[in-house]
Design a protein around this ligand. Structure first.
Ligand code: AMP
Length: 425
């Protein structure tokens, strides 16, 4: 038997109902905040991620699906391509390529789509997973650097989590400084690490030299007590970063968005500056981060574009769905009517009634004449239908149908014209 590849999975009904519900809410809420959708390619030049995400990150150094793509014509070159491990670099590349900053306005963009990382699969961690993300970026003259952007992004996230009904999340917040103050912090980290790095894991020993900030991402338990004692970024923020962070926090306080400052949260991607954040959820076990994001004021320039500060986030859709499933069993997108033709030649009448009801916004399915009525009722129950509607010769002639409420077994005759109202009540 050929099976889905390790780390990938099929999403099947009824789960896909929840995925669709989440995506509908995303489109609805993000539109209210004036975001518009962007769709970028699923593969890009490897160089985009190497330069954008950072060579020393776990993503780039270990997890990318990369291949040599051979030239097929004289006009083509062999190139190194990568399945996107995240979508921010792709969005910023598109921003640069299409000169989206030329309008002078902020660009508020969102995406929904698959991402690929060669991680060790486990619950909540897959090699193909889905992210829902948004980015707000633009020239500094459009206010892209201002704390209000950070606060609005976080406000939108809480509105979305409310709309999908996720409860019990925690927002962790930090500032990782900027290109101006980070070198001093990196230096302090290097110096502190020089004394202790021999006690750390092999990855951390390497990172201590190449990119000390990444040591803070380390998940190896034995390393944690040592890492806890390293210098804290908060003590190294310059005046502007300190003020920016204070303003973001003040706005969140006014919006009554609860958060906790977590000084170790530097997030696993190199492009972050200033505000970084993560929402976690208790139901998710080891993979507790539902979403993460932050500011990336230098990313555009890092990949060859104009100055275009911005902030964004990515929600792990797989994890959001898992968390929602863990907290409620509420059925989504229930079948309102199961229409049962009774007797020979009644299928076409059943189909016609189904079409009528569907056009009026009712979710309906149809049985067929080969089913005995008892079996049709059983099927209706298995499908979770609310009502069964019987379409027999007499019903069609009378223009009124026998409707059974499946939960209670109660049966009523309802005139055709009142059917929609009855089914929706
Ligand atoms: P990142 O792009 O690493 O900042 O991740 C943003 C969010 O994407 C995380 O908080 C997770 O919810 C989700 N995520 C990242 N990697 C995976 C994965 N391998 N499988 C499932 N979800 C993931």
């Amino acid at each position: 038997m050929i099976k889905a590849v390790r780390g990938t999975r099929d999403l099947l009904p009824p789960d896909t109902g929840l995925w669709n519900f989440v995506e509908r809410k995303v489109r609805e809420i993000f539109a209210r905040y004036n975001y518009h959708e962007i769709r970028t390619p699923i593969f890009e030049s490897t160089e985009l991620f190497a330069r954008g995400v950072g060579e020393e990150t776990d993503i780039v150094s270990k997890e990318m699906f990369t291949w040599e793509d051979k030239a097929r014509a004289a006009s083509e070159k062999t190139q190194t391509l990568t399945l996107r491990p995240e979508n921010t670099a792709g969005v910023v590349r598109a921003y640069i390529e299409h000169e989206l900053g030329r309008s002078g306005l902020l660009q508020k963009l969102y995406y929904i789509g698959p991402q690929f990382r060669r991680e060790r699969p486990q619950k909540g961690r897959y090699r193909q997973f889905y992210q829902i993300g948004a980015e707000v970026l633009g020239p500094a003259s459009a206010g892209s650097e201002l704390p209000i952007r950070d606060a609005e992004v976080l406000d939108m996230l809480t509105a979305l989590l409310d709309a999908v009904g996720l409860k019990g999340w925690t927002l962790y917040l930090n500032s990782v400084g900027c290109l101006n103050c980070r070198p001093a912090y990196n230096q302090a980290l290097r110096e502190a690490l020089a004394g202790v790095k021999d006690q750390l894991c092999a990855d951390c020993r390497r990172r201590a030299e190449t990119n000390p900030l990444r040591v803070l991402d380390c998940k190896v338990p034995a390393d944690q007590p040592i890492i806890e004692k390293l210098p804290k970024i908060a003590d190294y923020l310059d005046e502007d970063c300190r003020e920016h962070f204070a303003q973001v926090r003040a706005m969140l306080d006014t919006l009554e968005v609860p958060y906790q400052v977590n000084e170790r949260m530097v997030r696993g991607l190199d492009y972050y500056t200033r505000t970084t954040f993560e929402f976690t959820h208790g139901e998710l076990g080891a993979q507790s981060a539902v979403l993460g994001g932050g500011r990336y004021d230098g990313l555009s320039e890092q990949i060859g574009g104009p100055k275009a500060p911005g902030i964004g986030f990515a929600i792990g859709e797989d994890r959001l769905v898992l968390a929602l499933q863990a907290q409620s069993q509420e059925a989504l997108g229930t079948l309102q009517a199961f229409i049962i033709p009774l007797g020979a030649g009644m299928s076409r009448h059943a189909l016609r009634l189904a079409r009528e009801l569907r056009s009026q916004g009712i979710t309906a399915d149809v049985s067929d004449e080969s089913f005995r009525i008892k079996k049709s009722f059983e099927t209706a129950e298995k499908l979770g239908a609310e009502y069964a509607v019987i379409v027999g010769e007499n019903e069609v002639q009378a223009g009124a149908f026998s409707v059974k409420k499946l939960k209670s077994g109660e049966q009523t005759t309802v005139p055709r014209a009142e059917l929609r109202q009855f089914l929706q009540s």
